[in-house]
Design a protein around this ligand. Structure first.
Ligand SMILES: CSCC[C@H](N)C(=O)N1CCC[C@H]1C(=O)O
Length: 355
């Protein structure tokens, strides 16, 4: 069934939806306009399935929608919106609003729509998007293969003496050659910096003895991959080697626990309990993984508290890590799809590689 049709069926308890560009608009309509930023680009939908697209005039040759009203830079888009709302008979009720809509749009819309209660659009779309179809999984597999390929390309280069920033840029360049873009800004964290899970690549030069966390992903036809590997440079410090083996085993245990019908929190606990049993519990400072799809982070989150039951077609990461301040860190991450059991989409080497 067409996604928009399914969305309208799920709309039951709501009176309409206001959808600005982002992953939901793309998921429902295939539209992904670039750089709409401060210009109002809005799909207005009512529960009868009638919709009007309000779009800036500079997208005139690009967008296709049955009912569309273009507005020029010399016009007030909210006057257009007022007319559209009345033509769709949207006068009061419960309305879904794209979660990432700019506050400046929402504030103006609230002034136009007195008597409405707003709800996040994700209340409906997250349920639809969580289970991927065959085509979506094929695209995610392709994004994952690109991530594997980029990993091998980057470790075949001499990283010693390069700054984290340079390596991040090289990774980004490699991804952009093979995919539509990056799924997030690559993380390159070397030496002590690897103790920060979301380290921003900086001016530190990579040197012998470092463990380096490389965390990046590709976006392919909208779908994201996300991979992390930790490599040693020149030789492996004994303590970090021990930590590496613990993280590798924790990742494997979490992966082996995946099956249809298990709760997300059970996958988290498979990794977390193992790391705790080895005495490093306090150094595993984030959830074990997150859902992956059109967004780099989406449902289902693989956290200690998530009661969500895993179903076939759900896709997420498994990425335990241990981060020891003033020493460094190790993280190993794969993308996984539930197909009765778990199946890895990323497959780059997980044994410790010493470059
Ligand atoms: C979107 S930036 C972070 C990408 C990374 N692979 C990631 O998702 N994480 C790194 C540490 C934990 C995990 C997270 O939940 O943020």
């Amino acid at each position: 069934m067409d996604r928009m049709k399914k969305f309208l069926e799920a709309l039951e308890e709501y009176d309409g939806a206001l959808i600005t560009p982002g992953s939901n608009l793309y998921y429902l309509t295939g539209m992904a306009p670039q750089a709409t930023e401060e210009r109002l680009f809005l799909l207005v939908v009512n529960k009868n399935g009638e919709s009007v697209l309000i779009a800036p005039k500079l997208y005139e040759n690009e967008v296709e929608w049955e009912n569309v009203v273009f507005w020029g830079d010399d016009e007030d888009p909210y006057e257009v919106l007022e007319r559209v709302l009345s033509s769709l008979n949207l006068k009061s009720g419960r309305i879904l609003v794209e979660d990432t809509m700019r506050a400046s749009f929402l504030i103006r819309i609230e002034q136009l729509l007195e008597g409405y209660t707003f709800y996040p659009l994700s209340a409906v779309t997250k349920e639809m998007r969580m289970r991927k179809g065959e085509k979506e999984i094929r695209l995610m597999k392709k994004a994952a293969e690109i991530a594997d390929k980029v990993f091998y390309e980057i470790i075949n280069r001499d990283l010693v003496g390069k700054t984290e920033k340079q390596v991040a840029l090289e990774i980004e360049f490699l991804i952009r050659e093979l995919a539509d873009g990056v799924s997030f800004s690559p993380i390159v964290a070397s030496g002590k910096n690897a103790a920060n899970p979301h380290h921003s690549p900086g001016e530190r030069k990579i040197r012998r003895g470092d463990f380096v966390i490389l965390d990046f992903g590709a976006r392919y036809k909208g779908y994201c991959s996300d991979i992390t590997r930790t490599v040693a440079i020149g030789y492996a410090n004994e303590k970090l080697k021990e930590i590496y083996e613990i993280v590798k085993e924790a990742q494997e245990r979490a992966f082996q626990s995946v099956r249809e019908g298990i709760k997300a929190k059970e996958v988290d606990m498979a990794a977390r309990n193992y790391i705790a049993s080895k005495g490093y519990g306090e150094y595993f400072i984030h959830r074990t993984g997150h859902g992956l799809g059109l967004e780099i982070h989406e449902e289902p989150y693989i956290s200690q508290t998530n009661e969500r039951v895993l179903e076939n077609g759900m896709t997420f990461t498994i990425e335990p890590g241990i981060y020891v301040p003033n020493l460094g860190g190790v993280r190993i991450e794969d993308d996984v799809v539930v197909e009765k059991k778990g199946k890895r989409l990323t497959n780059a080497e997980r044994e410790l590689i010493i470059l």
